[in-house]
Structures are given as structure tokens and as C-alpha cells.
Design a protein around this ligand. Structure first.
Ligand SMILES: Nc1ncnc2c1ncn2[C@@H]1O[C@H](COP(=O)(O)OP(=O)(O)OP(=O)(O)O)[C@@H](O)[C@H]1O
Length: 270
């Protein structure tokens, strides 16, 4: 009798997160995020790629850290079982403890994947090289490249595998051209059908990724949005349609100032 081929579940693997109904502590960070106030926060993931946008400080990274810990990653970044940063001397409250108040709905629970944080990429990369050296293996050596090249090599090598990939501001070191390359990597991963991505970004390019579910985080919570409606896109649109006026309006002349030609080719007089 022939064996039935195994059917592998497709992403998204993490189908939902919600706040525990018994949770009552909303006083201190990270439970004090505006998103959680009211105690009925929940979010469903129904696309392989979810992209979260929102103003600085609204809580995107903290939410991603909570999800990363729920997925079994360290909130400093890395894969399952990696502890790239020594937290023993840290004085700050780690955002990952948010996971304490969250319940994740998985189908199935996957442990493979990665939590990429632009701000800790270099510590994580060093940790990977050191771990490889200790096992007499070749390290990935992401640090022997420029910031942006290192990031892209990383995305090429790690994000095409099966698992859940949580990316916090992956565009940070990438030129617009390289952001487009990242979008191509996402597209390949999406076609391969093995990876779920949850991404926080300020890049108007990445938020225009076709087929992703784009969510805007505000103090009132998370809601779906078209990328054209985001502040990031509207500001860039205003800028590109009339850069001179746009920049001049950033620096309105004070009373008594002479009107400055911002695009003068003359060097400054010092
Ligand atoms: N370790 C911490 N302890 C206390 N408050 C924190 C800590 N980390 C962040 N916060 C605060 O929590 C809020 C959310 O921060 P978070 O980093 O999640 O925002 P964000 O949306 O990712 O911002 P950005 O776009 O600038 O990365 C901010 O008001 C921030 O000052």
C-alpha cells in the first residue's frame, strides 16, 4: 500500500494573538501600551505577510518583541535557542515580557524562524560567528560587509527557510534599491509557501508590498490601511511632487530673515 504524502501546513502558522482574559495589570511598560488599554486586544493573522506601520513610540517594536518571545526567540533577536545578548546587567524592562499577557493561536506551532531587529543585528551577527568558531565551523560573517550588504546577505540566507520571521525595521540600513531587493526576497519566500513574516517598517516601499496585510498601529489599536493612506506615503508623495516647496515649508523664514535659496550652489561663507 502506498503511503499518503505528508501535507505540510502553509503559513501563517501564528494565526492569532490575544490578551489573556485574566490579565489585569496595565500600569507599567510594556502592558501600559495604548494598544492594550481596555484589555480586549486581539489580532488575527490571515496572510503569510503582515506589515505593521505607525508613528515612532506607538508600540510596534514592543508588540514584535512580545510575539518573538511567544514564538520562542530572545527579545534581543535571533533564532530559537539563541541567546545573543547577556541580559543580566540590563536595567531596562525588556519588551518581550509582554508575551506573559498574550496567548498565541498556532497551526501548527513552529519553532523555526528568526527575530530580526535592526538595532541588535550586529550583536546577533557577532554571536553567530562566535558560536560557529566554538564548534570549529565557518561563521556566516555578516559583519565583513557594509551595514546594508550585511542585512541583505542575512535576508538572502535566513529568510528563505520554513518558519516564522519577525522583522523589526528591516529597511534600516538599506538604500531604496536594496529595499526593492528585500521585497523580491519576500516575494520568493511567499511563493515558496513556507514562511510567515510579521514586519514593522517605516519604509513606504515595503508597506506597498502587494498581497500583504497592512496594519496601522495608533493609540486606538490596529486597523487595516491602504499604503496610500499612510502618513509615510502621503509625506513622500508631497515631497516628490514638489521638493522645493516641501523643504521650504519645513523651514519657514522667521520675521526679519532674508529669504534663503535652499538650493544655492554657492558654498557657505565659512
Ligand atoms: N524598555 C522600556 N521601558 C520603558 N518604556 C519603554 C521601553 N522601551 C520602549 N518604551 C516605551 O514604549 C513605547 C513604545 O516603544 P516602541 O519601541 O515599542 O515603539 P515603536 O513603535 O517601535 O517606535 P519606533 O518606530 O521609534 O521604533 C514608547 O513610548 C517607548 O518610549
Amino acid at each position: 500500500m502506498s503511503k499518503k504524502p505528508k501535507v505540510r501546513a502553509k503559513p501563517p502558522y501564528l494565526r492569532s494573538i490575544s490578551i489573556k482574559s485574566t490579565w489585569t495589570d496595565f500600569e507599567a511598560y510594556p502592558y501600559s501600551l495604548p494598544l492594550l488599554q481596555g484589555g480586549d486586544f486581539s489580532l488575527r493573522f490571515d496572510h503569510p505577510i503582515t506589515i505593521i506601520v505607525g508613528e515612532n513610540g506607538i508600540g510596534k517594536s514592543t508588540l514584535l518583541e512580545g510575539i518573538a518571545v511567544l514564538a520562542g526567540f530572545d527579545d534581543a533577536g535571533g533564532g530559537s535557542g539563541y541567546r545573543p545578548v547577556d541580559h543580566s546587567m540590563a536595567i531596562e524592562t525588556p519588551g518581550g515580557i509582554l508575551s506573559k499577557c498574550l496567548i498565541g493561536g498556532w497551526l501548527p506551532k513552529v519553532s523555526a524562524g528568526w527575530f530580526f531587529k535592526a538595532e541588535t543585528f550586529f550583536s546577533v551577527a557577532r554571536y553567530l560567528d562566535q558560536a560557529a568558531r566554538e564548534s570549529n565551523e565557518m561563521g556566516p560573517d555578516f559583519l565583513s560587509y557594509s551595514h546594508g550588504e550585511g542585512f541583505l546577505r542575512f535576508f538572502h540566507e535566513r529568510c528563505r527557510r520554513r518558519g516564522i520571521f519577525i522583522l523589526d525595521e528591516p529597511e534600516s540600513a538599506l538604500s531604496p534599491r536594496r529595499q526593492i531587493e528585500l521585497m523580491r526576497i519576500l516575494r520568493e519566500a511567499e511563493h515558496a509557501g513556507e514562511a510567515q513574516f510579521i514586519i514593522a517598517t517605516h519604509s513606504p516601499l515595503i508597506m506597498a508590498y502587494p498581497g500583504a496585510r497592512l496594519l496601522r498601529m495608533t493609540k486606538d489599536g490596529l486597523s487595516e490601511i491602504d499604503f496610500r493612506e499612510t502618513d509615510h506615503f502621503s509625506l513622500m508623495k508631497e515631497f516628490t511632487s514638489d521638493p522645493e516647496t516641501f523643504v521650504a515649508e519645513i523651514f519657514p523664514p522667521s520675521e526679519g530673515d532674508e529669504q534663503m535659496d535652499l538650493y544655492s550652489q554657492d558654498p557657505p561663507p565659512y
